[in-house]
Design a protein around this ligand. Structure first.
Ligand code: PHE
Length: 337
């Protein structure tokens, strides 16, 4: 009996060793360790042995043999399992560099590019960059700019109101700034003249988007306050800017206009090399009421201001037919620049 047990054990161990795949080792399980296996069969025959001692020795031998086979089986199964996993990983391995291709680099948005170029040109002309909040008080956006409550000119800015009341504002009066002009007021209140600033920023109007309008767009404001500033300084600054930004083949002109916060007021246009004119923005001499709202004495100080759209510059520079294209984030559009 003992010899038979040993033979069955060695045969089982050999079978385990010879299994060369995970499936084949798993298939051995019932045959080696199951009820119908040779060792299990021998176990059932223990009762036929004559003496208690013989039964004890043989029983122990069968158990030890089963344990040895089970351990060998588990070890081989783990080994083949690891190998199978490694083979699978190797087979399914992806060389991701093939798919990424050449590294792609993004770039600043067209509006950001125009914004930064504008800043560069004005900094080159001796201006500093100022900024103000996008959520603005009625006072800064309108009243201090010579548009008291009820002033008809307020209607020209299709204003978006916010529920939140800014400090010092009655509820329902706080606005999303409709232009960058409130930065004029904030700058005058914050710093002593002489003031030479530009204030680029985002502005908001209740407009339905179309090819030339967006409810959110960008402007750049300019403000100069010094002694003896005249309309000639304004015209000269606009002309110098036009040549620096667009090129020496471009020139500019001022046309009479009206804004409550400048007196006199003008629109400024630029002339393209082909002779055609394009309206760019508004400007004028800072109104005495605005200087006073900014804490300045109109007898001592004078200045000019201008404001124009940045988005329009980007559109012009890249000959974009529809301004909305700049904001839909279609990769096919963006990739062109
Ligand atoms: N704030 C004006 C607008 O949004 C433009 C402007 C700025 C006009 C400064 C005159 C002076 O239309």
């Amino acid at each position: 009996m003992i010899d038979e047990i040993r033979a069955a054990r060695d045969e089982a161990l050999a079978a385990v060793r010879q299994a060369d795949s995970l499936e084949s080792v798993i298939a051995l399980d019932p045959q080696l360790l199951g009820k119908k296996g040779r060792l299990a069969q021998l176990k059932t025959q223990l009762g036929k042995l004559d003496t208690i001692d013989e039964k004890k020795v043989a029983g122990q031998a069968v158990n030890e043999a089963l344990q040895a086979v089970a351990a060998a089986f588990a070890a081989r199964r783990a080994e083949l399992g690891d190998a199978a996993l490694a083979a699978q990983v190797r087979a399914e391995r992806l060389d991701l560099t093939e798919y990424v291709g050449k590294p792609t680099r993004g770039h600043a948005h067209l509006v950001t590019q125009a914004w930064e170029r504008l800043e560069d040109v004005f900094i080159g002309m001796g201006f500093q960059v100022a900024e103000g909040p996008e959520v603005e008080t009625d006072w800064h956006n309108f009243e201090a700019l010579n548009m008291p409550i009820g002033h008809p000119a307020r209607g020209e800015w299709d204003t978006l109101f916010v529920d939140h009341a800014a400090p010092g504002d009655e509820p329902g009066r706080t606005v999303l700034r409709t232009h960058t002009s409130p930065v004029q007021i904030r700058t005058m209140l914050e710093q002593e003249p002489p003031i030479y600033i530009v204030a680029p920023g985002r502005v908001f109007r209740r407009d339905t988007p179309d090819a030339t309008h967006m409810p959110v767009f960008h402007q750049i404001e300019g403000l100069v306050i010094d002694r003896d500033i005249t309309m000639a300084d304004l015209a000269g600054t606009i002309e110098a800017f036009t040549k620096a930004f667009f090129g020496s083949e471009f020139s500019s002109r001022l046309r009479p206009s009206f804004f409550p916060f400048t007196e006199p007021s003008a629109e400024f246009d630029i002339q393209r090399p082909d002779g055609s004119w394009l309206e760019l923005g508004g400007c004028g001499m800072v109104h005495p009421n605005v200087l006073e709202a900014g804490g300045l004495d109109p007898e001592q100080w004078s200045g000019f201001a201008f404001g124009f759209g940045i988005d329009r510059m980007a559109v012009m520079r890249h000959q974009i037919a529809d301004i909305r294209d700049m904001f839909v984030d279609d990769i096919r559009f963006i990739e062109q620049f």
